[in-house]
Design a protein around this ligand. Structure first.
Ligand SMILES: Cc1cc2nc3c(=O)[nH]c(=O)nc-3n(C[C@H](O)[C@H](O)[C@H](O)COP(=O)(O)OP(=O)(O)OC[C@H]3O[C@@H](n4cnc5c(N)ncnc54)[C@H](O)[C@@H]3O)c2cc1C
Ligand code: FES
Length: 260
């Protein structure tokens, strides 16, 4: 069933193109002019085949009438998705969730992504490329065969440093290894991060130590995606408080999260 709330749309969107862009990683474009108001950090919820539960994916690009997502093969849902071809219809709910705060004039923003976490940050870089702000990006992948989703940074002329676990692409290190130095060299006054939870926890600790605002985009398994089932909660604050990743997030102020 399709529901429609104010700016939230449920639609049948025709696939424009699907391409394998790295090992087990695909870029999928579909036509959805009614989602053109989507913001960096927001996500869509896709029905994948006959599965009852939708699957969430960050918006990687919203340009003209088209939306792009970047995804890694994981299980049944993403495998089904990878078999869909141009002209096929996708059942899409979105845009959902919160977005990264827009840049302020003369801000210096450091974007840090790990794996598929690069998807919403690349959207941010491209969407705000004409704004008078300085951005640089750090991206970490397991190996060169997994590197994907970087074109938007190049189009936006955002300088990018690459890291990989095995040294096959960029520096052999974690993105977090030289982060404090990079923050100081660049003079960053805000950090945006998306990737594995351990990475975001480390970035959050570094940002707090350096007294820098930091926003993180969190992932949780989701069911409804619209705030009703409480299946995606994360602990916040220093008591028994929780927030829902699907509607209160996925983008949160890093200081708000009670990291485990
Ligand atoms: C906000 C957000 C943005 C994301 N963006 C991206 C992205 O840009 N690119 C990317 O590659 N991945 C992204 N992900 C992760 C992506 O959603 C998963 O990789 C995808 O859902 C895997 O689906 P699957 O069926 O292929 O894999 P599986 O691991 O098989 O699927 C997950 C399984 O868990 C089950 N499940 C789902 N939710 C629940 C639940 N609440 N309780 C119990 N079982 C459940 C499903 O039914 C399914 O069987 C994002 C996740 C979130 C939350
Ligand atoms: S997925 Fe149902 S409340 Fe978030």
């Amino acid at each position: 069933m399709c529901v429609e709330k104010s700016r939230l749309r449920c639609l049948q969107a025709p696939i424009v193109a699907q391409e394998r862009v790295a090992e087990g990683i695909f870029e999928l474009r579909f036509a959805a002019p009614r989602l053109s108001h989507s913001l960096p950090g927001q996500f869509i919820h896709l029905l994948c085949g006959d599965s009852f539960l939708r699957r969430p994916f960050s918006i990687h690009r919203a340009e003209g009438e088209e939306i792009t997502i970047l995804y890694r093969l994981q299980g049944a849902g993403t495998n089904w998705l990878s078999r869909q071809r141009e002209g096929g219809l996708l059942n899409v709910l979105g845009p959902l969730g919160s977005s990264f705060a827009s840049p302020r004039e003369n801000e210096r923003i450091l974007l840090v992504g790990g794996g598929m976490g690069i998807a919403p940050l690349a959207f941010y870089a491209e969407r705000h490329s004409h704004f008078p702000t300085e951005m640089i990006a750090m991206a970490g992948f397991r190996s060169a065969s997994q590197v994907a989703g970087l074109q938007p940074f190049h189009r936006a002329r955002v300088p990018l440093s690459l890291y990989s676990d095995d040294g096959s692409s960029g520096e052999r290190n974690r993105v977090t290894a030289g982060l404090s130095e990079r923050i100081s060299e660049f003079g960053a006054n805000r950090i945006l991060a998306c990737g594995p939870e351990e990475m975001m926890k480390s970035i959050s600790a570094i940002a707090e130590k350096m007294n820098l605002p930091c926003q993180v985009s969190l992932e949780r398994k989701m069911a409804c995606g619209t705030g009703l089932c409480l299946g995606c909660i994360v602990p916040v604050g220093n008591s028994e408080n929780y927030r829902r990743v699907c509607v209160d997030g996925p983008v949160f102020d890093a200081r708000e999260i009670r990291w485990s």
